[in-house]
Design a protein around this ligand. Sequence first.
Ligand code: NOJ
Length: 581
Amino acid sequence: MSQQQSAAPAPTPTTDSAVATVARRRDWWRDAVIYQVYPRSFADSNGDGMGDLEGIRSRLPYLRDLGVDAVWLSPFYASPQADAGYDVADYRAVDPMFGTLLDADALIRDAHALGLRIIVDLVPNHSSDQHEWFKRALAEGPGSPLRERYHFRPGKGENGELPPNDWESIFGGPAWTRVTEPDGTPGEWYLHLFAPEQPDFNWEHPAVGDEFRSILRFWLDMGVDGFRIDVAHGMVKAEGLPDLGSHDEMRLLGNDVTPFFDQDGVHDIYRQWRLILDEYSDAMGPEGPSAEGRGRETGGRIFVAEAWTPTVERTANYVRPDELHQAFNFQYLATHWDAAELRAVVDRTLDSMRPVGAPATWVLSNHDVTRHATRFANPAGLGTQIRKAGDRELGLRRARAATLLMLALPGSAYVYQGEELGLPDVVDLPDEVRQDPAYFRGAGQDGFRDGCRVPIPWTREGSSHGFGDGGSWLPQPEGWGELSVEAQTGVPGSTLEMYRSALALRREQADLGAGDAVEWLTAPEGVLAFRRGDFVCVANTTGAPVTVPAYGRVLITSGEVEETGGEAVVAADTTVWWTTA
Ligand code: NOJ
């Protein structure tokens, strides 16, 4: 349905011809569906209760059959695991609990052979406190040049007993920790926006930039197709590290303007990185699957930013033509299941991305937020970290509908492992098994991220439902087996089969990721309806059935739809795709 672009409203004219040229071409990532694997919780090949690279490799055919284009792997590098691997001790090594570099190589090669691309996580805002630089910085004491690669400062107060400024850690408590100097006395403080085990790098120091450019090359040489950049909005801090002063509750998922997030200086880093990336050719070769018949903008390697910014307009700055390729649309993730709110965020997103020629990047779940099946099971307004099961049936119904809505929008979309099974968050994990560092630190962020990280069920039975032979690092709840891949495969109407069909339709029939606009149709209150060429999507966000025109042939629906005499009754919390062709 490539003619859909001509039927869509004319894009907003742009003054920048380079942007226009970029937007006209298609590259694989512009409309890709990218699946997030959380390595700890995907598949365990050696029975130690912890997922690993070999486990992921063994399940690649599942991902190919699901119909995704690429896989983003959360960190698997050498790490003491103070924040589940987002505390990296060696950026060029695989943690033994996940495997070896050879396993990573085999995984990348096998993925490519199956037509799947691999995106790895890059954590440049902070290292582990066990990183060689930081260990030496501590051991060498005040004045060590290695301390300049982090943010070490003397404390305030008579004896330096107060932190250098008023910043708080995203995980709760002060963002500064005082060190004990080699002579045993209390000494300087260092900055950590996250856990104390995650000291922030000082990006003003040239060695930091040099090191990360080299790390990029290391993984590009390994053949990865791109990087998800952790805390992409955080590396540069306002000069002088000024006090924050009064502020709204400060959270990772919040939208405060702060001296440590979304500083303009981060964009200089990305412009340099982009030059490196563009030196590399396509990791899957010139005949890569998504390249067929399309112009290529670059070598096909990409960056996706994890950038929590105050507005989608600020997010768009990260994906200007000479910077990154995609940036997660967290404003969309945080939107309630409400037609008016959804329409507003879709419009704002498309309007913000169009001038920079970047695709919108939709996402509903990831390893940091309560799964959308559970968010939508609870009343609106509770935020993205919820510790209540809510109405599970309602949550699943809405989650399925929200997914079909997301997959009908132009741009790229991310799927978090297990959402294709309709998994809810596990809200009743016993406190003694919890590992989220935020949970133990007064929960500046609520600290319940373990609930979306429980290993996924592959089979109905077995010690950990096919995750591995040796149990699972977080306990799986009762009823997990009925949600398993095995239980849902081939079952018409199951959430897994809905995802498979939707992904196939999106790619093969409707080309839904293409374009940068939707044409809204008149619809009853609480209902979203839009046309894209000969495709129509209707999402009923109300709790009651609604009647709309029967637009054509139903391609797929997340719930009941009944057609009579030119009209269609769409069940509560249901999304329907039609073709009018
Ligand atoms: C964002 C990651 O997604 C999250 O899991 C982590 O805790 C923080 N960044 C710190 O690296």
